[in-house]
Design a protein around this ligand. Structure first.
Ligand SMILES: [Fe+2]
Ligand SMILES: [Fe+2]
Length: 167
């Protein structure tokens, strides 16, 4: 049986993952409106992944008898200056989520909740991947600078990654 404190923290994380999904969907909509079909598709896949993360926490709570309490999802930002700024925001957000996951691990250890600690390890690894992916994309933006043709191909490349994951 999970402690009340651990369950409360996991409920907060369900909300944080749903917010992540909402934020990336908002980014996807912005990309679509701005005509970046590839970036939009990438963001949409990202939004779906975050929803799946929320459900991983949700199902874990069911497994260990934690009481699920869904809360209000914060309104996401809706405007960005450029795709570059957008991906910088992705990285910043993933660094923030990494901190949330690390804090959860610390609580699990304090509560001597070894099951939850093991459950959280998947997210520890996932966060390394998330930050690395965002950093790689930012590096590509830096490399191409204001070259319109390269920009077109980067949009295409990220769109393909999205389509492959969706299939
Ligand atoms: Fe996530
Ligand atoms: Fe994420």
């Amino acid at each position: 049986m999970i402690s009340e404190r651990m369950a409360a923290e996991l409920n907060k994380q369900i909300n944080a993952e749903l917010y992540s999904s909402y934020l990336y969907l908002s980014m996807s909509a912005w990309c679509d409106n701005a005509g970046y079909r590839g970036f939009s598709s990438w963001m949409r896949v990202q939004a779906e992944e975050e929803y799946a993360h929320a459900m991983k926490f949700y199902d874990y709570m069911l497994d260990v008898g934690g009481k699920i309490a869904l809360d209000t999802i914060e309104k996401p930002q809706t405007e960005w200056d450029s795709p570059y700024e957008l991906f910088e925001a992705v990285k910043e957000h993933e660094l923030y989520v990494t901190k949330l996951i690390n804090d959860l691990v610390a609580v699990a250890i304090e509560e001597k909740d070894y099951a939850t600690n093991i459950f959280l390890q998947w997210f520890v690894t996932e966060q390394i991947e998330e930050v690395a992916t965002a950093s790689e994309i930012i590096d590509k933006f830096k490399m191409i600078g204001k070259n319109k043709e390269s920009f077109y191909f980067l949009d295409k490349e990220l769109g393909e990654r999205g389509a492959a994951t969706q299939a």
